[in-house]
Design a protein around this ligand. Structure first.
Ligand SMILES: Cc1cc2nc3c(=O)[nH]c(=O)nc-3n(C[C@H](O)[C@H](O)[C@H](O)COP(=O)(O)OP(=O)(O)OC[C@H]3O[C@@H](n4cnc5c(N)ncnc54)[C@H](O)[C@@H]3O)c2cc1C
Length: 379
């Protein structure tokens, strides 16, 4: 009788104080950033749990998912292309093999020339090894109009990010490593050497919450410039191609006669609601080269987590050593993500320095400024 009483009075106490799940890293956000980071953790043999509520932000799931080592405006190699491109060509196929799903599609990218662009292209072929030496005709002109020819970009392609995320999350779910819920900051407790969130205790928490970092009280000091983008899916019954076609607007093959078409950039109207006006703009640009009948079958919008200086955001909170961030993949998440997830893990697990241009430290004054102004930096 006495024993029973003791048991009854102790049980709730024990339940409250013992976390049910212990891990090293709690990752918040399972878009592209959280997916690549958690996959890299698995590769490094590190414990993690992933919290993701997909309905909150869909940038990764609707993105074109292309990678392209060339910046078209200047026809230069894109930032770090020579390191990043070979890395991703190893990373994604290995990930595919593990998950038993195809989502990596290396493709040639065909850039349609305007009347004066051919000369500029040819002036760059010696310094940019990713662009073709010759301009060519790729399609009958009555299908894709390219009267001044087109140039080809090598080592480009696309990742079907939605399929990759879905396969990864079902794998994590089977292993009990996925928490498909909304992370709430009210339940976060921060100690010197650990954090607790609900029944989870972790050594560190890493936020990979995309553009919603603007609502994250610990990291909203970062000058994010989120960029809304919209994309259409069209069916072109009399056309198929393996090339990505680009002239202002890209056209990406995603199945027989099916193409994704986009994209747009807006810094206002930050929501995931597609606009009719944007659809019209995309189709007007598309029809400058697509000369065949087509049907629009889908229209989606998302918000990219873009930083003013266009570099990823990695590292530790200026004040709380067990709060970290992996974000800022911006317009080039598919290219930058794998290399920088690896860079981050080398930093976390081997103590390598982070590149200063990506380290969140570059913005830490924002946090301390808020504090010195006596504002609550967490609001
Ligand atoms: C129209 C469009 C086209 C694009 N095309 C390309 C392209 O061709 N190539 C390319 O490389 N990039 C492209 N991008 C950019 C690419 O989508 C981004 O770089 C990438 O998706 C960013 O991923 P992320 O994981 O940081 O953010 P997100 O995709 O926003 O993922 C964040 C995740 O965290 C979850 N989350 C956030 N807060 C919480 C919380 N409190 N609790 C639980 N879960 C939470 C969200 O629901 C989401 O699942 C495009 C983007 C758009 C919008």
């Amino acid at each position: 009788m006495i024993q029973g009483d003791i048991k009854q009075s102790l049980l709730p106490l024990v339940w409250v104080s013992m976390p049910e799940k212990k891990t090293k890293y709690l990752i918040v956000g399972g878009g592209l950033a959280g997916t690549l980071l958690s996959r890299m953790m698995e590769k490094y043999g590190q414990d993690f749990l992933l919290v993701d509520k997909p309905e909150l932000s869909n940038a990764s799931r609707i993105a074109g998912g292309m990678f392209n080592p060339v910046v078209f405006r200047r026809l230069q190699k894109s930032w770090m292309a020579d390191e990043i491109i070979p890395f991703l060509h190893d990373f994604y196929p290995e990930f595919e093999k593990q998950l038993g799903k195809q989502f990596f599609y290396p493709r040639k990218l065909v850039k349609i020339m305007g009347s004066k662009e051919g000369e500029f292209w040819q002036s760059k072929v010696d310094e940019n090894s990713y662009i073709s030496k010759e301009l060519q005709t790729y399609f009958p002109q009555e299908t894709i109009s390219h009267a001044y020819g087109a140039g080809e970009v090598a080592y480009a392609g696309n990742v079907d990010i939605a399929t990759m995320i879905q396969s990864w999350q079902s794998c994590l779910n089977e292993k009990g490593l996925l928490i498909p819920e909304k992370f709430d900051f009210e339940s976060l407790e921060i100690d010197e050497n650990s954090i607790r969130w609900r029944d989870v205790e972790a050594e560190k928490i890493i936020f990979a919450d995309g553009w919603l970092v603007g609502h994250n009280p610990y990291f909203n000091f970062i000058p994010l410039k989120p960029t809304k983008g919209e994309v259409l899916t069209i069916e072109v019954p009399r056309f198929s191609s393996n090339y990505i076609i680009n002239k202002k607007i890209w056209m990406l093959p995603v199945g027989k006669n099916l193409f994704r078409v986009g994209s747009t950039y807006r810094w206002d109207d930050l929501n995931e609601i597609p606009r009719e006006q944007t659809k019209t703009e995309i189709l007007e640009a598309l029809e400058r080269y697509l000369k065949l009948p087509y049907k629009v079958t889908d229209h989606q919008a998302g918000v990219r987590p873009t930083v003013g200086d266009r570099r990823p955001l990695l590292g530790t909170h200026p004040e709380y050593q067990n709060l970290l961030i992996f974000n800022g993949l911006g317009t080039k998440g598919v290219m930058l993500g794998p290399w920088f997830a690896n860079h981050f893990l080398e930093h976390l697990e081997q103590g390598n320095d982070l590149m200063p241009v990506v380290n969140v430290k570059r913005f830490q004054r924002g946090w301390f400024r808020k504090k010195s102004q006596n504002l609550n930096p967490k609001s």
